[in-house]
Structure formats: C-alpha cells, structure tokens
Ligand binder design. Structure first.
Ligand SMILES: [Zn+2]
Length: 342
C-alpha cells in the first residue's frame, strides 16, 4: 500500500513537470517567445495571471504562511506555466487566423477554448452523458432481470450473463468518468487513468463478445478464455503506466481489440436467429462509422467541437441501443430456458 501511494505520488509529481511531445504549434518561435516572456512578467498582452505573482526569492508575495509551502509554490508555478501556454496559444491562433492559416496542434493537442477552466467542455459534457446513459442502461437491466423476469428456485436469474454485464457496466462507467476528468484537465496522471480505463473497457468487452458469441456458459471454460486476455490487458496497462505511454502501440492494441469484437459481433449477428439481431447490426455499423471519426482527426470547430468530441457524441445513442439489446437478450434467454425446463 505504501509503495502504491509512493507510485501515485511520483506519478502526480511527474505530471506537474511532464514534457509533452513537440507539435508544429509549440515549435513556432513567436509562441515560444510569448511563453518565455509570460513566465517572467506574468502577462500576455494586457492579460495578467495571479499564479505568476512571484517575488525575486521565488516565494509567493502574498497570502498566509501555510500557503507559502514549496509544494504550493510548485502548483502555482505550474498553473502559471499552463496559463501562459494557453493564452499565448490563443493569441498566436488569432494572429494565424487573420493570416488565413489553419489551426495547428500545440503540445500534441488542438487549440481548444476553455470554459470555466475546463479544457474541452464539449468532450466533458458528452463523456458525462455517456456515463449517465450507461448508468440508465444498467439500472433498467438490473430491474428487468431481478424484478420483472422470473427467477430460478435458488433466487438467481435464468440469464447466464447477468454477472458479466454488471461488471461491464461498472468498467464502462469508470472509463467514462476518467474520460470526463481527462478532458477537463489534461495532465500526465489523468491521461494515464483515462487510457488505462479505456483499455480495460475494450479488453473486457472483447471478453464478453467471445463469451456471448460462442455461448460459453461453463465456469471453467470462461476462466480459460478470460485468463490470457486479462493477463494481456493487465500487462499492457502496466506497460503504459510504468514503462512508457506509447501512443502508437496503444492505438494498435486498441484498434486490434476493437476490430476483433466488431468482427465477432458482426459474424454472430449474421448467423444467429436472435430476435434482436438488428440492434446488434446497428451498433456494429454505427460503432464502425464512429471509429472512422476517431481516426479522422480535424481541428475543433470554433475551438470547441473536434472529431474526438463527435465520436463521444455518437456513442450516446449506440449505448442506449446496446443496453436495449442486452435487455432483449436476457428476456430471450430466460424464455428459452423456461421453455426447456417445461
Ligand atoms: Zn475522450
């Protein structure tokens, strides 16, 4: 536990001084000079920042003693750094727009406009809506299987995948929570949490696709399928967090797991006589189109809506339909099992 705390502490600390990959925007000498100037004076044009208010001996010039701790000072310096970068970027982008130039990326990200300090407000709102949609789907599924459908004599549900879908709901809500956090403040720690939760969700939904499409109901067989997949996903998450956050490698792993489950569901939807297979089709095709959006990376419209935000938008109706399919599946399996019992 102590070691775990230490790791979290160092991850948080390194995030404060993390160096991001260079992009065309931050390689621009005018932008560089602006940030340098701002960190000295605390101002960009007529705009000045409180956080950049240091005295010559690098102690905050005002405030009570307990706010003059070194850690607080570091936070302040980092806030100053981040504000300077942000406002220099806005100024630079305005100048570029007047010259008729297209937006460029800064430190690996498109120039977004903040709203109340939130970096990508549209993506945050859409992530929150996705989370709400998952929660709604999960609650309605819970009510259906536990209260509206008949239960086995041992009070368990007839549907064989109930537990698996409960875990799915928790993993996906966790992923959308960290997505909202990451899009509101992009630091090393929030980025790693978002990526790790996303990979965990993709890995788990691939496992579910295999178990459902091949009707794996036996506990031992399920463990045999899950073990290598869980081992792989865990190793990948540990690699990203504690060795190297390799975006290229992570993209390959995610695309591979994504395509594998899309193919599984698509083939299964083609073969099965499931009464709700059309819902599967819509989710598979819609998900495929949404994936193209994620790959086609365009700059944010008016500084707010980029391809990634739109991608988060498309998953909202798909999530609704997805849970609707899961509920249909539980009804379908329950009635089939009851018929068989009679
Ligand atoms: Zn996102």
């Amino acid at each position: 536990m102590a070691r775990c705390c230490l790791i979290v502490f160092f991850a948080a600390l390194s995030s404060l001084f993390g160096v991001l990959n260079a992009s065309p925007g931050d390689a621009d000498p005018i932008y560089k000079a602006c940030v340098e100037q701002c960190e000295k004076t605390g101002c960009v044009g007529s705009k000045c920042f409180q956080h950049c208010n240091f005295s010559s001996d690098k102690n905050p010039t005002d405030g009570p003693w307990f706010l003059q701790e070194p850690l607080y000072l570091r936070w302040k310096q980092w806030d100053c750094h981040s504000d300077c970068r942000y406002h220099c970027m806005l100024v630079r982008e305005e100048e570029r727009e007047k010259l008729g130039d297209r937006p460029v990326k800064y430190h690996g990200k498109w120039p977004f406009r903040r709203v109340y300090g939130i970096q990508e407000p549209v993506s945050v709102a859409l992530s929150a809506l996705n989370l709400a949609m998952q929660f709604h789907g999960w609650v309605s599924f819970f009510i259906l299987v536990n209260y509206n459908l008949p239960l086995r004599p041992n009070r368990k549900t007839y549907y064989e995948y109930t537990g698996l879908w409960h875990i799915y709901a928790i993993i996906s809500m966790n992923a959308w929570f960290w997505s909202a956090v990451f899009h509101s403040r992009d630091v090393d720690l929030t980025e790693k949490l978002d990526y790790s939760s996303g990979v965990a969700l993709l890995g788990y939904s691939l496992l579910l696709a295999i178990l459902r499409a091949f009707s794996v109901k036996d506990e031992a067989a399920r463990v045999m399928v899950a073990a290598p997949l869980v081992a792989f996903v865990t190793t990948h998450i540990l690699y990203l967090n504690f060795y190297q956050l390799d975006y290229g490698l992570n993209m390959k792993v995610c695309v591979a797991m994504g395509i594998a489950q899309f193919l599984l569901w698509a083939v299964w939807a083609g073969i099965t006589q499931h009464p709700s297979r059309w819902k599967l089709w819509v989710v598979v095709i819609g998900g495929g189109i949404a994936m193209l959006l994620e790959m086609y990376d365009f700059p944010p419209f008016r500084g707010y809506v980029d391809a990634h935000a739109l991608w988060h938008g498309t998953t909202i109706p798909l999530t609704y339909l997805w849970w609707s399919f899961i509920k249909d599946d539980s009804e379908f399996r329950t009635s089939a099992l009851i018929k068989k019992a009679k």
